[in-house]
Write a protein that binds this ligand. Structure first.
Ligand code: ZN
Length: 282
């Protein structure tokens, strides 16, 4: 199968769609929660463009196993698959469809993303009735445990401070206007590695600039809130716009978009039961 590199969207484009358009994340998460957030939004965008009702998604063989068949002439949905590769000499050209390698990975290997047209939505198939996979419930205690992050009592006396993150702990003021939003924002600072950067005593030039840190953390909060149907996403949009202006209204870098999706995925997965995707009865 050939990678469809011509149409491979950047994560930054998918993220900006999610940040601008209310409801994209919540609808994408509801339909495609078994997949990574980048893929959820990618699938949602394709369904919207092609007028396909969103719903459960599977490969041709996946549907066959469930007693359903892809209708003749249906065009597959493209999703992104991360592939771990051995590092190649720097002067070797990247293969078609590969995006910028993830340089956070182990020195010997890196992740590249390829796009494959292998998936079909329920409404493109026919056959035996299937139950949609149940929505996972998100439990904050489970999430904090799985992430190795502690929520501490809030001790700051500054009345304007709603919450803070230090190393692997966070605190949310009992006066916080939107406690869910603040909790996800502070969790995101830890999961994105911002608190570790500060702890490592990195110089100003090595640190993620403050304005970008705020945009990244708030984008993660927005995605988590919308996915879980919690209030505050509208406030996130205003806050992101405010900090983006500090950044000269530059588009969010692709590298940041990937980090945002990855952190939101980690936080959402950490709070849901292990039973999801563990091959239980479907
Ligand atoms: Zn912050």
């Amino acid at each position: 199968m050939t990678p469809v590199s011509r149409t491979a969207p950047q994560f930054a484009e998918l993220l900006s769609r999610a940040l601008i358009e209310p409801g994209v994340v919540s609808r994408a998460y509801t339909a495609f929660h078994g997949y990574s957030l980048g893929n959820q939004i990618l699938a949602f965008v394709q369904c919207a463009e092609r007028g396909i009702p969103v719903g459960p998604i599977a490969t041709f063989m996946g549907w066959k196993d469930k007693g359903r068949y892809v209708r003749k002439g249906e065009k597959a949905i493209v999703l992104c698959m991360p592939v771990t590769c051995k590092r190649t000499p720097a002067n070797q050209p990247r293969p078609a469809g590969a995006s910028e390698p993830d340089r956070d990975q182990h020195a010997e290997t890196f992740t590249r993303f390829i796009y494959r047209p292998n998936w079909f939505v329920l409404s493109q198939t026919e056959g035996q009735a299937v139950e949609p996979p149940p929505m996972p419930d998100w439990n904050p205690t489970r999430a904090f445990d799985a992430l190795g992050i502690v929520e501490e009592p809030f001790t700051m006396t500054d009345g304007n401070c709603q919450g803070y993150a230090r190393q692997r702990s966070i605190a949310v003021s009992h006066l916080a206007e939107l406690p869910h939003k603040t909790r996800f924002h502070e969790l995101a600072h830890v999961v994105l590695g911002h608190t570790a950067e500060a702890e490592a005593g990195m110089s100003d030039s090595e640190l993620t600039p403050r304005s970008l840190r705020e945009v990244e953390a708030e984008a993660v909060a927005l995605v988590c809130l919308e996915a879980l149907g919690l209030p505050g996403a509208g406030h996130c949009r205003g806050y992101i716009q405010h900090w983006n202006q500090h950044r000269g209204a530059e588009p969010i870098p692709e590298r940041s978009a990937q980090r945002i999706f990855k952190a939101a995925d980690q936080i959402l997965k950490a709070g849901t039961a292990d039973a999801i995707d563990a091959g239980g009865p479907s």
